[in-house]
Design a binder for this molecule. Structure first.
Ligand code: XMP
Length: 316
């Protein structure tokens, strides 16, 4: 019988024993695992935890504020780093998806290292590794590694911390339950997965601040709409893509020549295969109307009806 309160006490005890008087560094992504780990570590060791949240400019609308609003009032020693200019500068003119991932991974480590030196020294690096991650990496190069998923790794020698991974034996559902008891707001606790490279891989081709801004507004309308219509929890992941396609439209008496956005929602157990979500037509119609009315840079909305395989969930 799995008792979350009891598990929390055990995890806290385990962290205290491992860490002693040491100091711990944690990268917060804004997802459920790292946010929950931030709350747990904060309970266990207080301000000997430094949680670093890097705003790479590829986050969703209001995401940085949501993460701060969730963690700061609960006492997490959170440092937010505005690294938008560095990331966007490094990505300028880059259109190849794997190249984008490499650059973002590299910039992430660079920014994280800098913060580690600024607030350090640290004895430990905490990671929200879950049981399935442990199994997967033990299995070597699986299909999940076809795209170079980035997590914190590859830090230089002098920052070679010991790892603190209290969730190594847990499944996602268990972390969500722990998160509930620790007071993490539901919108983060029950959030769909979001890739490390963020909106960069949903803004097809070379990205720009202008394109990211369009995509953020479209994504926000779609995701808020799914929540409003009670459809969010029924999808495993949902996203909007900004395509480079511009097409002709009409608005009042004017011809327009604007961007096409693609909406995608999937149902899956393991993200290795997925079915496109059969969202109600009325909902899709409402989303389409809202998007073209509120985002003037968009004049065409399409819905992705491709499964994985052959398509991937992301478009890049
Ligand atoms: P695909 O597009 O490969 O995505 O079907 C499967 C799952 O992995 C996520 N994904 C990523 N996550 N870094 C990440 O942290 C990445 O580069 C990356 N690429 C895809 C994707 O959002 C989906 O949940």
């Amino acid at each position: 019988d799995w008792n979350a309160e009891h598990i929390i006490d055990e995890l806290i005890e385990g962290v205290r024993q491992q860490v002693g008087e040491g100091r711990v560094l944690l990268a917060i992504s804004g997802g459920v695992d790292s946010s929950t780990l931030g709350l747990l570590l904060s309970r266990a060791i207080g301000d000997r935890l430094t949680a670093v949240f890097i705003d790479h400019g590829l986050l969703r609308l209001g995401e940085r504020e949501q993460v701060e609003a969730a963690l700061l009032p609960l006492g997490v020693n959170l440092v937010t780093v505005d690294a938008r200019a560095e990331f966007l500068g490094a990505l300028e003119g880059v259109s190849d998806p794997e190249q984008k991932r490499k650059i973002i991974g590299r910039e992430f480590i660079r920014a994280f290292e800098r913060e580690a030196r600024k607030y350090g020294p640290f004895d430990f690096l905490a990671q929200g590794t879950l049981y399935p991650d442990v199994i997967e990496s033990a299995g070597g190069e699986g299909a999940a590694n076809i795209k170079s998923h980035h997590n914190v790794g590859g830090l230089p020698e002098d920052l070679a911390f010991k790892l603190v991974e209290p969730f190594r034996t847990l499944f996602k559902d268990e972390v969500r339950e722990i998160a509930r008891l620790l007071g993490l707001p539901d919108h983060i606790r029950m959030r769909h997965p979001f890739p490390g490279p963020g909106l960069a891989i949903r803004c097809l081709g070379a990205i720009s601040e202008e394109k990211l801004d369009i995509l953020k507004r479209v994504d926000d309308i779609f995701i808020s709409g799914l929540r409003e219509f009670g459809l969010y929890d029924g999808c495993s992941q949902a996203l909007a893509v900004l395509t480079p396609i511009q097409s002709v439209g009409v608005m009042g008496d004017e011809r327009t020549y604007s961007y096409t956005t693609a909406l995608r929602a999937v149902a899956t157990d393991d993200f290795m295969t997925a079915e496109w979500a059969r969202l109600p037509y009325d909902f899709l119609a409402t989303m389409s109307n809202r998007i073209v009315n509120q985002v003037h840079e968009i004049n065409r909305v399409v819905y992705d009806i491709t499964g994985k395989p052959p398509a991937t969930i992301e478009w890049e």
